[in-house]
Design a protein around this ligand. Structure first.
Ligand SMILES: [Mn+2]
Length: 314
């Protein structure tokens, strides 16, 4: 598969690299890492990165702004994106051929070449592996900029090498990447930084969440609270793990009210399976991390009751 990808990329003069909407460090890191490797090794090719900008992550890489006609006869590479609905910049469909590189389950097998490795911690790790093959075949060189992107992506998706997706090869590749002279602090510091408003809201959450004897934790964030703390629903949602590490917590639910009556539900768990509950309320997700939507606080209480039931059993 890696050989096919390399062959295909060599054939094209123009390569445009995409990733998923609302990017995280791995989406941008794999996208940027591949782009920098190609730019350095094939200086005559045109290599572009596209997608929505996330201001807090622009330190990893910034996007190119492209005219529509540039997509014609380009090779499209899409990183870290399980399904077509999540591809950022729909002009990918104007391209000539598509390569999918991903580590999520291959539920939507789009593309002319598909490389999916669900054992990889991150797509950034996969791009490192692709680089190794490339290096064996053609003597490709790692660069500081590429290494910095890939390292940021690995750190992002492994929670700084703490999540169970971290493997021996993750450390092995990371140790190769840090041979480049980029600064680790310049990657960690912006990744950990939070705004003062978010920090104050964290204080509110810690003071006001409910913890029950069965291991359930819950917080309800209404529009009036979000306005008081001057945060958006998506800012608030990022704080979903605020009380995760408190003793006794087994599973928790985070309710965030949107301006239009909708209440977003985020369910997280350390062990009890919670995605079935999410499915009952217009949602779904992974066994230990799922989301749903409800339309009243009464319905929110039904979700909470469901979580109590699950935790009583598990
Ligand atoms: Mn990823």
């Amino acid at each position: 598969m890696k050989h096919e990808i390399i062959e295909m990329i060599e054939k094209y003069q123009k390569i445009i690299i995409h990733r998923h909407v609302r990017p995280d460090p791995d989406a941008l890191g794999s996208q940027g890492g591949l782009a920098y490797l190609l730019k350095e090794h094939y200086p005559k090719k045109e290599v572009y990165v596209v997608g929505d900008e996330e201001p807090s992550l622009q330190y990893i890489i910034e996007m190119d702004e492209l005219q529509d006609d540039i997509f014609e006869d380009a090779l499209i590479v899409i990183c870290d994106t399980a399904n077509v609905e999540r591809i950022s910049d729909e002009r990918y469909s104007k391209g000539d051929k598509i390569i999918k590189i991903d580590h999520h389950p291959n539920e939507d097998p789009y593309g002319d070449i598909i490389w999916v490795d669900t054992n990889a911690s991150s797509v950034s790790e996969m791009i490192y592996e692709l680089f190794e093959t490339w290096n064996d075949l053609k003597g490709m060189e790692m660069t500081e900029k590429a290494a910095r992107c890939l390292f940021a992506g690995i750190v992002g998706d492994t929670g700084r090498f703490r999540y169970p997706n971290t493997t021996e090869r993750t450390f092995q590749y990371a140790s190769e990447l840090v041979k480049q002279p980029f600064s680790l602090v310049d990657i960690y510091e912006p990744m950990e930084r939070i705004s003062l408003n978010d920090a104050r809201l964290q204080g509110y959450i810690l003071n006001n969440f409910e913890q029950y004897e069965n291991g359930v934790g819950a917080i309800k964030l209404s529009q009036s609270i979000l306005q008081e703390y001057k945060v958006t629903p998506s800012d608030a949602s990022r704080l979903v793990n605020t009380f995760a590490n408190i003793e006794g917590i087994k599973a928790w639910v985070f309710f965030v009210e949107e301006p239009d009556q909708l209440i977003r539900v985020r369910l997280r768990s350390k062990k009890p399976i919670i995605n079935g509950l999410a499915q009952r309320f217009n949602g779904g997700g992974h066994p230990l991390a799922a989301g749903a939507s409800v339309f009243s606080w009464e319905q929110a209480d039904e979700v909470l009751a469901g979580l109590h039931e699950i935790c009583r059993e598990g």
